[in-house]
Design a protein around this ligand. Structure first.
Ligand code: NAP
Length: 159
């Protein structure tokens, strides 16, 4: 299972239900990676999407403990159900949020990472893959910059 995540320099990923600092190129990369594939997303992160709607051109598997339906999405009520539904697709990305990353972390073998060289306040964090002995960076682009904020795309794999 793969994940896509943008982290700040303290491995923070967001605060109060949203990402305080976003780099447009990260959104483009996210779209390029996930379009045509499936995504597993937490119900709270879905609420932060434009209009609170599922992502277009992707199979959205929304994980929730509630008995709800969301138009344009498949619902899963625990990790096992989400993983079972993901099997129908050639490729599936875990796209957050924090609780979903935490629960799926043991399942992850590849992480498409964006490092954003800034540390706005975060209340949600992703594990520090640079400090994790069982992960290594297999590819890293040069650092780029948008409006004074440096960012870098990279890919990590579980050893
Ligand atoms: N930087 C990034 O790349 C990135 C990406 C995505 C999100 N984020 C950030 O992450 C933060 C949100 O994270 P979050 O942890 O608050 O919310 P979340 O993980 O998006 O959603 C949490 C909800 O998902 C459902 N859920 C989680 N685990 C479940 C399980 N095992 N079985 C059934 N349902 C489950 C529950 O929904 P119900 O309450 O409906 O039961 C739970 O309340 C925000 O700040 C957001 O901006 C950052």
């Amino acid at each position: 299972m793969e994940a896509v995540v943008a982290v700040y320099s303290d491995w923070g990923i967001g605060a109060q239900g949203t990402q305080p600092l976003v780099v447009p190129a990260d959104r483009v990369r996210f779209r390029q990676l996930t379009t045509g594939h499936a995504v597993i997303v937490g119900r709270k992160t879905l609420e932060d999407f434009p209009g609170g709607r599922p992502l277009k051109n992707r199979h959205n598997i929304v994980i929730t403990r509630q008995n709800i339906t969301i138009e344009g999405a498949e619902m899963a009520h625990d990790m096992e159900e989400a993983l079972e539904k993901a099997k129908a697709y050639d490729r599936c990305f875990v796209i957050g949020g924090a609780s979903v990353f935490k629960e799926f972390y043991p399942q992850l073998t590849k992480v498409h990472l964006t490092k954003i060289d800034a540390a706005p306040f975060s209340d949600s964090f992703f594990p520090d893959l640079d400090a994790a002995e069982d992960w290594h960076c297999i590819q890293a682009d040069d650092w780029a910059e948008h409006e004074g904020v440096r960012y870098q795309f990279s890919t990590y794999e579980r050893k």
